[in-house]
Design a protein around this ligand. Structure first.
Ligand code: GLV
Length: 327
């Protein structure tokens, strides 16, 4: 008997084939996120669940699945949608998809930096609208990225990958650590200089966020922090929306206390603060940091591999976040 697994959205065919070969698979039949009721009902009796960041996996969801549930293999590196403590208390393993999306997400952070400073979406709209005027030396002037200071908040896998790219642009690299600064005050991997959050806020021409969303990082960037930034600075967020107080960000951008922002994530996805939508100094993307064909395939395969390790072979899943449940 193949183990029963629920997948909450259809993934690429190669991933679906891998899952179908190994599991008795239940698939969300809709081309949309399941309602909470649909999800709780579909989870019942499953030994494994492969959710996306759109599903909240909490005590209620774990209980709805039932005591036979052994693993939830999140199709994302971030797992703020999952109550890991509740899972651990019930002996359910939680896994995520690190590494495979690092470079792809870092590429998008750079794309946002360049798009907002060089006004790429605006220029594209203008050309399509037949509004390319004669060449004008004062037309569509933007800001430079190269040789500016990049401040990273959080320096994990994606933060370092952004730093590596920024070094190619000749940028000065500084970061605020999650914990203590390393000995010597410089990150040994990417060479970024470790400073306090306030120093990074004050010095950065670009502030790029790379922390997970937790209780500690919720609204890490609020009105006070935004006010410490240079008025010429740009905020880039490819991490999680609620790390920023979106209302405070709108006020900072509207009042000119901040030059602009490139945002791939929002506080209440899929809703976007109406104050952002009308602004010309922001570039907005619909949470597509890892959205390339290759990376989404790799994420699906990683999640399926985690499920297979535990459910088929009784082995520790490679990306287990709460290995204590395995002993
Ligand atoms: C995407 O946001 C992820 O965490 O993988």
């Amino acid at each position: 008997m193949k183990p029963k697994v629920l997948i909450t959205r259809r993934l690429s065919q190669a991933v679906m084939d891998m899952l179908n070969d190994n599991f008795a698979l239940s698939v969300n039949p809709h081309e949309r996120v399941m309602t909470r009721e649909e999800f709780l009902a579909a989870a019942r009796g499953m030994e494994g669940i492969l959710p996306l960041l759109t599903e909240r996996i909490d005590g209620e969801a774990l209980d709805a699945a039932g005591p036979q549930l052994r693993i939830v293999a999140n199709h994302a590196v971030g797992y703020n949608n999952i109550d890991v403590h509740a899972a651990t208390a019930r002996g359910v393993a939680i896994t995520n998809t690190p590494d495979v999306l690092t470079d792809t997400t870092a590429d998008l952070a750079l794309a946002l930096m360049l798009a907002v400073t060089r006004r790429v979406p605006e220029g594209d709209r203008l050309c399509r609208g037949g509004r390319f005027p004669e060449w004008n030396p004062q037309f569509m002037l933007g800001a430079d990225v190269h040789h500016k200071t990049l401040g990273l908040i959080g320096l994990g896998r994606v933060g370092r990958a952004v730093a590596k790219r920024a070094a190619g642009f000749g940028m000065r690299l500084i970061y605020a650590p999650h914990g203590e600064c390393p000995a010597g005050g410089v990150d040994p991997v990417c060479g970024a200089k470790c400073l306090s959050l306030d120093e990074v806020l004050a010095q950065a021409d670009f502030l790029s966020l790379h922390v997970p969303l937790t209780e500690e990082t919720h609204h890490l960037l609020g009105a006070v922090e935004l006010a410490r930034m240079k008025p010429s600075a740009f905020l880039i967020n490819t991490a999680r929306g609620p790390v920023v107080d979106e209302q405070a960000l709108v006020e900072a951008l509207t009042s000119g206390r901040l030059a602009g922002a490139g945002l791939d994530v929002f506080e209440n996805e899929p809703l976007i603060h109406p104050g952002l939508v009308g602004l010309g100094n922001v570039v907005l993307l619909p949470h597509v940091g890892s959205a390339t064909v290759d990376t989404r395939m790799a994420m699906g395969i990683k999640a399926a591999t985690n499920l297979a390790a535990l459910l088929l072979r009784g082995e520790a899943p490679p990306d287990c976040l709460n290995p204590e449940v395995l002993s």
